[in-house]
Ligand binder design. Structure first.
Ligand code: KG4
Ligand code: ZN
Length: 337
């Protein structure tokens, strides 16, 4: 079955074709970063309008690139939530209309399910059951993944997501939007031991996260230190990054011990972070456990993970009703196959 996947939950329009038994056929992505940069964050209305403008041309590009035709598509998958409602509606309305017109099965996908299954697109892939650490701009989740559609959220952030903390701290430091990757780059030259920043909820027994206090701690540092000095900037970035990563790694290792699961999928934008990968690797090796990542370009939002999740669900016989409604807030715990 050849499935078209559509991702439009935030500021990236992603489309892809996945065929079961064959694999990923092609994928195309358009990032709206330049559109939102002037505002220092995603402007929802601009995001929706841009998805409307880009979706059709991108699908045209996808078909040309893969040398496939619209008539060959046998199923459609789109991101139904969570995300920005206007942005989600663009993908939902398009996918449902195309499916209706061509009498194809259509399925609405949970964006975080896309992220947690994304390492299964790679050669080196985990087998069910596994643990997933999903760290993106909107979510920080530790999930027990029993099988497709069988998810138990073990821990999540009580306030800012890890990526959000990176972005907000970068903004405080005067870095350009989107700041997370820039802050991480700056941290590479810094001394992570120079400033002692808090490790929120590190010693709590549960697997919950909290990152908003860290941003406040950095704001106080910025008031005291001279940010014009590049060394100070790099040291603050490194100290901040170490604090976030220490907590992410410690809680993930705790989850490995609690569940006994030896395979850990790490995905979402922050999974591209080099320090996270190095620290996690060291911790997991000691426990005899192993990490699995999507390829770098699929760490952030993309259509491939939606086409893939859609293909698995459609192949299992799941079809959504003809319904344009989206789910801007949606817990993974609610999912079933
Ligand atoms: O998964 P994603 O593309 O979007 C959401 O679903 O939210 O993740 C984007 C997030 C942003 O917050 C971005 O700053 C962060 O991932 N990010 C990073 C790095 N690369 C992207 N954060 C830390 N280090 C990185 N190297
Ligand atoms: Zn995402």
């Amino acid at each position: 079955m050849l499935v078209l996947g559509i991702e439009s939950s935030c500021d990236e329009t992603g489309v892809a074709l996945y065929e079961n038994g064959v694999g990923l056929i092609a994928h195309v992505l358009f990032s709206q970063v330049a559109t939102h940069a002037a505002y220092g964050g995603v402007v929802p209305e601009l995001a929706s309008r841009d998805h409307i403008q880009k979706l059709l041309p991108l699908i045209g590009q996808l078909l040309t690139q893969s040398q496939r035709t619209l008539a060959e598509i046998q199923g459609i998958a789109y991101t139904r939530g969570p995300g920005l409602s206007g942005a989600l509606l663009v993908g939902a309305a398009f996918a449902q209309s195309l499916a209706f017109a061509r009498k194809l099965p259509c399925v609405g996908i949970h964006h975080m399910e896309g992220h947690l299954l994304s390492p299964l697109l790679e050669q080196n892939q985990p087998e069910f059951p596994f643990l997933a650490l999903i760290v993106s701009g909107g979510h920080t989740l530790l999930v027990k993944v029993q099988a497709l559609g069988d998810y138990e959220v073990l821990g999540e952030s009580l306030d800012d997501a890890a990526g959000e903390a990176f972005d907000k701290t970068a903004k405080l430091m005067g870095l350009a939007y989107p700041g997370g990757p820039l802050l991480a780059k700056l941290a590479e030259q810094g001394d992570a031991m120079r400033y002692a920043l808090p490790r929120p909820l590190l010693h709590r027994a549960d697997l919950m996260f909290s990152f908003s206090g860290l941003k406040t701690a950095v704001a106080q540092l910025i008031d005291k230190e001279d940010l014009r000095c590049v060394k100070v900037q790099a040291d603050i970035a490194a100290s901040f990054q170490a604090a976030v990563i220490d907590v992410l790694v410690a809680k993930t290792l705790k989850a490995v011990k609690q569940t006994g699961l030896q395979q850990v999928v790490v995905s979402g934008g922050v999974s591209a972070n080099v320090w996270l990968r190095t620290q996690l690797q060291a911790g997991l090796t000691q426990l005899g456990a192993k990490a699995f990542y999507p390829r770098l370009e699929f760490c952030t939002d993309n259509g491939a993970m939606i086409a893939f999740a859609g293909c698995l669900r459609l192949a299992a016989g799941q079809v959504s009703e003809f319904d344009f409604s989206v789910k801007p807030r949606w817990s993974l715990n609610e999912l079933r196959l």
